[in-house]
Write a protein of this length. Structure first.
Length: 132
């Protein structure tokens, strides 16, 4: 398997673990609130696991940069989804909920695709070292 596809696959597996397995141990929280503690813990789960996963392919500094990017992206995607659902009175497990959930997941997958693109772009990865 090409290296970039393997990285993308592992990031998507990481996403499932953080979004489904780990989140199942926490009670639902108010993700509509921008600084909600539960939203940030959930986003930190993603960032931390991204850091761990990427250590197999990139330097610790690069892994940290990508992890912070994933944390911030996840925070904003989930907060936007929660606010959209609230604004349009979309209830859980309705057809509209699943349509919004589809776009939410596509946004997360786009985040991982972008991270893989950056990892495989030698100029960008070098820029992290130059800036450090």
């Amino acid at each position: 398997m090409e290296e970039s596809l393997l990285i993308l696959f592992v990031l998507m597996c990481k996403h499932a673990v953080a979004d489904l397995a780990i989140q199942s141990f926490r009670k639902p929280s108010g993700k509509r609130q921008y600084f909600n503690k539960g939203l940030h813990w959930h986003s930190l789960d993603h960032g931390f696991l991204t850091f761990i996963v990427l250590l197999f392919w990139v330097s610790p500094l690069s892994a940290l940069c990508y992890a912070i990017f994933d944390y911030v992206a996840h925070w904003h995607i989930d907060c936007a989804k929660a606010n959209f659902n609230h604004k349009f009175n979309i209830k859980r497990l309705t057809p509209a909920f699943w349509r919004v959930q589809t776009f939410d997941q596509i946004a997360h997958y786009a985040t991982y695709t972008f991270i893989v693109y950056l990892i495989t772009d030698p100029i960008f990865d070098l820029a992290i070292y130059v800036l450090a």
